[in-house]
Design a protein around this ligand. Structure first.
Ligand SMILES: NC(=O)c1ccc[n+]([C@@H]2O[C@H](COP(=O)([O-])OP(=O)(O)OC[C@H]3O[C@@H](n4cnc5c(N)ncnc54)[C@H](O)[C@@H]3O)[C@@H](O)[C@H]2O)c1
Ligand SMILES: N[C@@H](CCO)C(=O)O
Ligand code: NA
Length: 445
């Protein structure tokens, strides 16, 4: 039996992820020690309430409400409280005391990442955060280490399990957003405030982290364009399916060249139409997948559980083993790489293709008028589909009931987001257009 030196591990938080990390750490201590080359001694678990009911049965003597003392006695601190404070203060205390930190806190990294990385670098400590993006899926380490020798062009992924679960159920079961969200919450996928999921904040936080890593550039959260799924209708989901697409909430980080020839990067989160044949279309339920396009490696896809307590605990324990190994071996921490310092371009510089649905007057010349508006902004039409709407169609009220209307679905070639915005504004004020009923970006076609 090999005798290992112990490293002291302090756990902050015993919620969905923290309790599973503690359980696995206690159950698999010998295996983990063999992999880390160090014993992982769980010295305590900081909780708010010692007597709270818990799903996982852990030794009561491990619980403490004195997080600060626990942190100061630790070699590695695992932060699984979530949110900004007190998580930020605890992590800074840990780093400043020379401890390495493992966290799954994307909200904190997205808003205070530079501060935390600077604190770690200053004392030669290391911050590990595999669990922060796409839960159990290894994506941070591949971007940070495995692909460090390549040039990443694009990272496109489904990085929020809750919204993927909801959109999937809207599509396959015809369920409402609210009903599907209630189930996702019961299953432990949703954030404490699920607005973070359905309005795309959680995915935007992950996009910030992915873009910063992929492009060696600090990409601030405020520069990430964000749209959630609350505006996605059953009509859009059904129309998408009929047209050979599925609606997914995507996070897309990419290198761009804008109209002035300036190179830069952008990060955005929004619902998008994904062709049914694309690998991301086959990502169901709360699963996540991240598609990476690299110059030399080509296309890579990372797929698996993006949420869930025990699944995410896997990523935390992987980081913990790395941290313990580093603690024993020593050596400098891996600093955050922001040396490329590329320009972060606004959403208007992004170029993609679109499906625009219009409710129009069914009269001669309408198609030409609409095509003229698109052409005027340099938006080129790829496909047009027209369906005549019966005059007395249910629920449709018209100023002149005698006036027939039609639905036009226009697929465009790639166009700048700025041109598309001007096109939609003009379509909205055009007399023969009753309404612009849907505008969705198409990705992965
Ligand atoms: N659950 C997931 O699927 C998942 C996936 C990836 C990342 N994450 C991230 O992991 C972290 C933890 O997530 P979770 O799902 O376990 O959350 P959770 O809400 O289940 O657990 C957080 C726990 O921290 C406790 N806590 C709050 N303030 C505290 C304090 N001051 N001291 C001690 N304990 C305190 C809460 O009482 C709760 O038990 C978050 O940053 C989350 O974003 C979660
Ligand atoms: N609420 C998040 C948890 C994982 O980060 C999700 O649904 O993806
Ligand atoms: Na991960």
């Amino acid at each position: 039996m090999i005798e290992y030196r112990n490293v002291k591990v302090a756990l902050l938080g015993a919620g969905s992820v923290g309790s599973q990390v503690a359980r696995l750490l206690l159950e698999q201590g010998d295996d983990l020690a063999g992999r880390a080359g160090a014993g992982l001694e769980l010295t305590g678990i900081a909780v708010r309430d010692l007597d709270a009911a818990r799903d996982v049965d852990l030794p009561r003597e491990l619980y403490t409400t004195d997080a600060e003392s626990l942190i100061l006695g630790a070699d590695i601190v695992v932060e699984l409280i979530g949110g900004i404070e007190p998580a930020r203060t605890f992590i800074l205390q840990a780093l400043n005391s020379g401890a390495d930190v493992v966290t799954g806190n994307k909200a904190l990294l997205a808003s205070h990442g530079p501060e935390l990385f600077a604190a770690a670098e200053q004392v030669g400590a290391q911050l590990y955060y595999e669990a922060a993006v796409a839960g159990a899926i290894p994506i941070i380490r591949p971007l940070r280490e495995s692909l460090a020798g390549d040039r990443i062009l694009r990272v496109m992924g489904i990085v929020n399990g809750t919204t993927n679960f909801i959109l999937d159920r809207m599509d396959t079961l015809g369920e409402s957003l609210d009903d599907a969200l209630a189930i996702a919450t019961d299953l432990g996928y949703a954030e404490a405030d699920p607005t973070a999921d359905i309005e795309g904040y959680d995915a935007a936080q992950k996009a910030t982290i992915l873009a910063s890593l992929a492009f060696h550039t600090s990409v601030p959260l405020a520069a990430v364009h964000r749209e959630g799924i609350t505006g996605v209708t059953h009509a859009q989901v059904e129309a998408a399916r009929k047209a050979g697409f599925v609606v997914k909430l995507l996070a897309i980080c990419e290198r761009l060249t804008d109209d002035d020839g300036a190179d830069g990067v952008s990060a955005r989160v929004h619902p998008a139409l994904v062709p049914l044949g694309h690998p991301l279309a086959a990502v169901h339920g709360a699963k996540n997948a991240v598609f990476v396009e690299a110059e030399a490696a080509g296309d890579l896809m990372f797929y698996g559980a993006g949420a869930g307590g025990v699944e995410t605990a896997s990523a935390v324990l992987g980081d913990l083993v790395s941290a313990a190994r580093r603690h024993i071996i020593g050596g400098p921490g891996l600093a955050e790489s922001t040396h490329a310092n590329l320009r972060v371009l606004p959403m208007g510089s992004v170029s993609t293709s679109y499906q625009i649905a219009l409710d129009v007057a069914d009269q001669p010349g309408v198609l030409a008028t609409v095509a003229g508006i698109l052409a005027g902004h340099g938006v080129s039409v790829e496909t047009v589909e027209q369906t005549t709407v019966p005059k007395e169609s249910a629920g449709v009220t018209r100023a002149d009931p005698a006036e027939a209307t039609a639905t036009l679905i226009i697929g465009t070639h790639r166009a700048r987001e700025s041109s598309l915005a001007r096109t939609v504004a003009d379509l909205t004020t055009e007399a023969v257009v009753n309404s612009v009923t849907s505008v969705l970006r198409v990705e992965g076609a």
